[in-house]
Design a protein around this ligand. Structure first.
Ligand code: FCB
Length: 449
């Protein structure tokens, strides 16, 4: 068993919570005026989701939100990160506002505040309205403009109550997994389209920050990036070069434009033939100051140089003896500590928070009603320890959010992956707090004392 760190390693006011996203939990995809998103389309296309499921019902959170917030309160969660479904608010993507969509998020935010839980909102967690997908999706700059308009509508309704805003969740995943690996909507496999999508997503972030600051100057704005450290699985310069390239594609391609106003030169040189068109003012827009950086950390990439594989020519290797989750992700807490200290050194964000961290395990509820998810308890203890070490070294970390509050629709893997602190029985929608939820509850309570 991995021990939890001393709660006193986290300063008073540090927030412990959990995260979810709209399409993964809400269900109610055709209710109260919600329009379709490209994830509805993708999930309903036969053969694309591992268990042939969709987010049509998911955790039915759209109807059970109050019960879910009660559970969060019972666990003592201090912050909750949710995402706002763009197609609920603007069913056509732009233009006509659907106030009923905003009503739902207003109930949610007020419900959180009533229970003493701080709301963190993410504006785009991958559910692009289908009409915007039909008009070119992230291949066209207009989608960035549409995103800024949508963001302002949400800010207008909720800006006085949401503590922290993130524009995008994981633009890397949106671009690469959606447009190169084909595993997420829109399901393409085209590198030039991927880089174009990445650039337009970054522009969308920049345009939204600009529009949101104009709408509400005091709002606390940032972005959530997925970060992953890479290590060489064997000594040698060629493997070190593979590590540099993999890191450049995964991490620096997004961090550098946002914090330094430029794409990383080494990777841009390798991508020369497929680089998107970049407007004269684009990088200034993308690199406007932000108030915080949210990071999603799960695992590392332990790689070897592999010239026969797609660029960055780095093939992931299994680490003998390590624990792997059902996602086939290695449990490596030290990577979180390395990443936090590196982000601080290379990019110096004003504040950092862990927007997602967690593990999928083959959880079952035993006959006595308990879910003994020991591997997740170890995972959380180890990663909280990594956060404690980073704090001691001066990283301005101020919140830690577990992915996820409850089991949910894990994108292309459907319901086969259980990431929750809370187990969901999809047949009955019964929620059961797992052992990890109870251990986390006790840790949070000890920190408060
Ligand atoms: C992240 C996503 C989140 C969830 C976790 C497991 O990439 O942001 O929605 O799927 O991975």
């Amino acid at each position: 068993m991995t021990a939890f760190p001393d709660p006193a390693a986290f300063p008073p006011g540090f927030k412990f919570g959990a995260a979810t996203s709209a399409y993964q939990i809400e269900g109610a995809v055709a209710e109260d005026g919600r329009g379709p998103s490209w994830w509805d389309t993708f999930a309903h296309t036969p053969g694309l989701i591992r268990d042939a499921s969709t987010g049509d019902i998911a955790c039915d959170h759209y109807h059970r939100w109050a019960e879910d917030l009660d559970l969060m309160q019972g666990l003592g969660l201090e912050a909750y990160r949710f995402s706002v479904a763009w197609p609920r608010v603007l069913p056509e993507g732009r233009g006509r506002l659907n106030p009923a969509g905003l009503d739902f998020y207003e109930r949610l935010v007020d419900g959180l505040l009533a229970r003493g839980i701080t709301p963190y909102a993410t504006l785009y967690h991958w559910d692009l309205p289908q009409p915007l997908a039909d008009a070119g999706g992230w291949q066209v700059r207009e989608t960035a403009e549409a995103f800024a308009e949508f963001s302002v509508q949400v800010m207008r309704r909720l800006g006085d109550r949401v503590a922290r805003w993130a524009t995008l969740n994981e633009p890397r995943c949106s671009a690469y997994v959606g447009h190169l690996e084909g595993r997420h909507a829109p399901g393409w496999t085209d590198l030039a389209a991927t880089l174009k999508a990445a650039h337009h997503l970054l522009l969308a972030h920049g345009r939204a920050v600009q529009a949101l600051r104009a709408e509400r100057p005091g709002a606390s704005l940032g972005i959530v990036l997925d970060v992953k450290p890479f290590t060489a699985a064997a000594p040698g310069a060629e493997h070190e070069a593979a590590v540099r390239r993999a890191d450049g594609v995964f991490n620096r391609w997004f961090l550098d434009p946002i914090f330094k106003g430029r794409y990383p030169e080494d990777i841009a040189a390798d991508y020369a033939a497929v680089m998107p068109g970049i407007g004269a003012d684009d990088l200034a827009l993308i690199s406007q100051p932000i108030d915080h950086l949210g990071i999603n950390y799960y695992t590392r990439g332990h790689v070897l140089h592999a010239p026969e594989t797609r660029y960055p020519h780095a093939a992931e290797q299994r680490v003998p003896g390590a624990h792997y989750s059902t996602m086939e992700w290695e449990d490596w807490p030290e990577g979180l500590h390395l990443m936090l200290t590196r982000l601080q050194r290379d990019y110096a964000p004003k504040a950092i928070y862990i927007a997602e961290n967690g593990a999928a395990e083959p959880d079952v509820v035993d006959a006595d009603g308990r879910c003994r998810d020991t591997a997740r308890v170890n995972y959380l203890a180890g990663h909280l320890g990594a956060c404690a070490r980073a704090l001691a070294e001066g990283v301005p970390l101020d919140a830690y959010l577990v992915w996820s509050f409850m089991d949910n629709f894990e994108w292309g893997r459907g319901y086969t992956q259980r990431f929750g602190l809370v187990h969901v029985d999809y047949a009955t929608q019964r929620r059961t707090a797992k052992d990890s939820a109870l251990a986390y509850r006790d840790f949070i309570a000890a920190h408060r004392r």
